[in-house]
Design a protein around this ligand. Structure first.
Ligand code: HEC
Length: 147
């Protein structure tokens, strides 16, 4: 490796643990897409519940997908990914442990969501959808700029 490219790598990934602008834009785009799938699965669940669609068995897969997504959250917000077209507040990195707590609440409630979905008890499921939704809103309230 040439000295210059080694230095470039150090600058882009290693230096002060920050990402280069290009890296930051890439991960911002990625995490927005993952977040959109969260909203898509929640919306699909609401469609099934509200319109009494005969697709109740589908909620298991939607709930599991949300739970899988929840485990990706912390790794989608590396230090330095706060510049570019993002609504992520600097509070995430200033208050990382609080962000971790919000993320853990989402992991926990969505794990319960998947379990209750498997049980087939739709009344309990609707209740757990609300509990899970609260963890989305709870995190956004502190860590995401309003639209
Ligand atoms: C631990 C915090 C956290 C949790 C939990 C969380 N989000 Fe987010 N979400 C964020 C942050 C921060 C952003 C802003 C990301 C950015 O703009 O870089 C965001 C962005 C979004 C966006 C906008 C994406 C875009 O295209 O700009 C949607 C939609 C969204 N979240 C939906 C959800 C839903 C639905 C849930 C729950 C099922 C959820 N989020 C749970 C932190 C969270």
């Amino acid at each position: 490796m040439k000295i210059t490219s080694a230095a470039a790598v150090l600058l882009s990934v290693g230096f002060l643990g920050n990402l280069s602008l290009a890296d930051s834009e890439g991960i911002i785009k990625y995490r927005k897409n993952v977040m959109k799938t969260n909203a898509g699965h929640m919306g699909a669940i609401m469609d099934i519940l509200k319109n009494h669609l005969p697709l109740e068995t589908h909620v298991v897969d939607h709930a599991r997908s949300i739970n899988q997504n929840s485990k990706m959250i912390l790794s989608m917000f590396p230090k330095g990914s706060d510049f570019g077209d993002t609504k992520a507040k600097p509070a995430i990195w200033k208050n990382w442990s609080k962000f971790e707590t919000a993320s853990k609440a989402f992991v926990r409630e969505s794990a319960t969501l998947a379990k209750v979905a498997e049980s087939g008890d739709m009344k309990a499921f609707a209740k757990q959808v609300r509990a899970t939704g609260k963890t989305c809103g709870g995190c956004h309230k502190h860590f995401k700029e309003r639209e």
